[in-house]
Design a protein around this ligand. Sequence first.
Ligand code: NAD
Length: 492
Amino acid sequence: MGAAAQDYRIDFESFHNVIDNGLTPTKKMRHAINPSTEEPLPPVPVSTQEDVDDAVRAAHEAYTAWRELSYEDRAGYLLRFADAIEANLDGLTDVLGKEAGKPVQAAGMEFFLTLGHLRETAKLRLPDEVVEDNDERSAVIRYTPLGVGVGIVPWNFPVLLGIGKLDAAVLTGNTFIWKPSPFSPYTSLKLGELAAKVFPPGVVQVLSGDEDLGPRLTAHPGVAKVSFTGSTATGRKVMQSCATTLKRFTLEMGGNDAAIVCEDVEIAKVIPKVAMLSFLHSGQICMDIKRLYVHEKIYDEFLAQLVSFVSNNFKTGGAGDKEAMLGPVQNSMQFAKVQDLYSEIGKQGWITALGGPVSPKNPQSNGTLPKKGFFMPPTIIDNPPDDSRIVVEEPFGPIIPVLKWSDEKDVIRRANDSKMGLGASVWSPDIERAQSIAKKLEAGSIWVNTHFELAPYMPFGGHKWSGIGMEWGIPGMKGWCNTQAMWTRKAL
Ligand code: NAD
């Protein structure tokens, strides 16, 4: 065990592409920005078309032998990969915190979920399904791997979302190229280095780059499948590009999750959960609560308790802050978008129950915000109109509208009145009623008395403009496979 831990040791100073298990330099380098300090992070590779071609070639070469391995063997590699990650947890958590703007607790949580994902997914299997078997013939449904897979990953959960693609891809017999976001490539490159210590060459590779890299991968004729997570606008481009070579694709895109709180909840019990699930990672999670519908009978009391809970419990701070719950917005582009939305508050006359834009007129909003970094104060908007930007758009920042409802049918209509359909929840001690409301919601995940609850063995994905196909669990594994019908006549 000691020796194995030694073998898995890596440095956290330099960052390279991982192609065919080699740490591969590129002529051009770039760097991302630490959102907690606005300081530059270390140089990272900018992959060229040649790097993409090399990686796809290596992935092809690896594929033939990899697909022949048994599920047990491939699962064994995943488990050793999890061990390699665990052996480097401190360094990895530190890098993730710095690049993603995650306070220590948040970065640690992402790795906790990541290790769980690898180890639980390693237990899953896609066996042949015998549909018919008699003296004359058998009919069997099989799931065969696709070939070279690409995972395109966003910056908000750069590790877990990448691993959730990688583990299902390689477990089902595909080889895998990981493309992190240019805003958060660092931890993924280090995971690639660890993968190179565990997997045969070409099975898991990581390429970092600029905005040209994603299109190069989705257009590459040697790639069989693209699994994309990111915005709906980019997902549409990925789908168009995949069409050219008829690649398979899975799209996990934006969300605008509604939570419906019924009048019979015990407010004090629900508040900590709803508050956490609305502000987790400063609102930068696809499945954070983004529209909070509260029954009019409890609205005032609920809003007052929510404001008090958020202001008393959620400290905002940077990557090194051990007490902080909320980190910065992850990058300058997103920061500008969120600032633009905050600037609507005054223009549209939205009522702020908490927070609001930092300005001389609203100095308390500055609260304990650090002086440098892309920080925004947690903000709650009190009952804005249904057609306002804060309700219609996905803010992806620490701001949430709370909306009043009175009629059950109407609140279901309002919750469904969105192009997005990622997740939605209903909160009530009356489970039967809550389930009946939840089943009418148009979303890939529906929850009762919880939200953003996920497990590696449950599928995860969106309806409507939030997604095509599912990831994770058995449905996720099927997404990395062709379905094959096998017929055998037992006598000639
Ligand atoms: P984004 O769409 O800007 O980028 C996502 C990834 O796509 C990045 O790696 C980026 O480099 C790459 N990319 C950009 N243009 C490309 C192109 N033309 N072809 C191929 N790849 C390209 O998204 P983001 O800003 O990184 O992430 C935020 C968005 O992601 C939000 O909308 C959020 O809701 C969504 N998201 C969805 C889920 C989900 O599971 N449904 C999870 C997390 C985030």
